[in-house]
Design a protein around this ligand. Structure first.
Ligand code: SAH
Ligand code: SF4
Length: 380
């Protein structure tokens, strides 16, 4: 297999690659459209490219997706794919259909180094950064498999949120070209308002994103003060709340939306009291143009934490709304397939260590620690 995977190039990078092959730069646009808009993986399909170019491409490049370990379809239409990224690591992407949009939640790293207390990806530790092609392969596969599934040539994914596994702003170099492909009219043509980077608050990188590729920004806040946030999101010790909010205000100068979304995961008895809601109001009102998104905690055993009751979430939301902060409570989707926050991939990781068969997903784990589809192998 040839080394260069064309899924890893933004249009500029592909143009440079075409030049290296002795081709005109505009050929890159045709090639790019074949790959991302038509989902082609075979150069012979690309009928408007000269045969000589197709031969050169076959020689020097390939277009390869990530192996799919499993696909789970929820009764509510949510679809979760688990992709093999090698060496026993798996990442996930989740498609969430709604009446007026289709959102894909994409992973940026295998594991995560931030280590938030309430996050199962954080509990797994950090394995590695995904490469640009691995970030885009999730979108490429999801978009084109959804088109096949629905027998449609229409765009299926209208929104992308970088809210899968990993901290996207700790994988900045790979993230930005991937965002550019999502935004490019010759790629997925998504508007900047419909591509969201979610971050636990890597302040210098929020500033860089503002200059390099401003898209919608979601910031995982989860606490109204530094002592509590230090415990929940350890990165807060490095970039405390005041610095984080300053960077949000700088971001707003160039952001495609005139607000920042603050995510707040509701943890029973930890961050969900009416007093803490008041503290949050004092922190944010009049200081940053924002919307609040309250997320019901998705429990997992190792966290030792519990989801706030519906009543407590509603009481918390009411304080914020009465104070004039726009607040939504996130609907849980795909509960029957654990379509949230690294849970399925978490199982793969744990099982990898335990050398046991996975129960929920149709995969098994090799003695060397690699994850392989169950049907292709037998138990040792
Ligand atoms: N690393 C980035 C993006 C990935 S996490 C970030 O932290 O923002 C995406 C969102 O899911 C974040 O808001 C995160 O705090 C939240 N999250 C993580 N684990 C969760 C859980 N168990 N239940 C509910 N939300 C969770
Ligand atoms: Fe990493 Fe985000 Fe999970 Fe925190 S919530 S550990 S930053 S993926």
């Amino acid at each position: 297999m040839n080394a260069v995977n064309l899924l890893g190039f933004d249009l500029e990078g592909l143009a440079a690659f075409c030049e290296q092959l002795g081709e005109k730069r505009f050929r890159a646009t045709q090639l790019f459209r074949w790959i991302h808009q038509k989902g082609a993986a075979d150069f012979d399909q690309m009928s408007d490219l000269a045969k000589s170019l197709r031969e050169k491409l076959r020689d020097k490049a390939h277009i390869a997706a990530l192996p799919v370990i499993s696909e789970h379809v929820s009764t509510d239409g949510t679809i979760k794919w688990l992709f093999d990224v090698g060496a026993g690591n798996a990442v996930e992407a989740v498609f969430i259909p709604e009446d007026d949009r289709g959102t894909l939640c994409v992973s940026s790293q295998a594991g995560c180094a931030v280590g938030c207390r309430f996050c199962s990806t954080g509990h797994q530790g950090f394995s590695r950064n995904l490469e640009t092609w691995e970030i885009l392969a999730q979108l490429w596969y999801a978009e084109h498999s959804l088109r096949l599934r629905t027998q449609s040539t229409e765009r299926q994914i209208t929104n992308v949120v970088m809210m899968g596994m990993g901290e996207p702003l700790q994988n900045y170099a790979a993230l930005v070209p991937a965002l550019k492909v999502m935004l490019d009219d010759h790629g997925y043509g998504l508007s900047r308002r419909r591509v969201t980077v979610s971050t636990s608050g890597v302040v210098p990188m929020i500033d860089r994103l503002r200059d390099d590729c401003p898209v919608a920004l979601a910031v995982s806040l989860h606490a109204p003060n530094d002592p509590l946030r230090d415990q929940l999101v350890p990165l807060n010790k490095k970039y405390p709340i005041a610095e984080l909010l300053d960077s949000c205000n700088r971001y707003l100068d160039k952001a495609p939306r005139d607000f920042i979304t603050f995510e707040y995961c509701m943890l029973d008895g930890v961050n969900d009291s009416p007093e803490q809601a008041e503290e949050l109001v004092a922190l944010l009102r009049g200081k940053v143009s924002c919307k609040l998104n309250l997320i019901p905690f998705n429990p997992f055993p190792a966290s030792g934490l519990k989801r706030s009751s519906r009543e407590r979430v509603m009481a918390f939301a009411e304080v914020l709304i009465k104070a004039g902060l726009v607040t939504t409570v996130r609907k849980t989707r795909g509960d029957d397939i654990d379509a949230a926050c690294g849970q399925l991939a978490g199982e793969v990781q744990d099982r990898t260590r335990a050398h046991e068969r996975m129960v929920r997903a149709p995969v098994r784990v090799h003695r060397r620690g690699t994850v392989v589809p169950a049907k292709e192998t037998s138990r040792p």
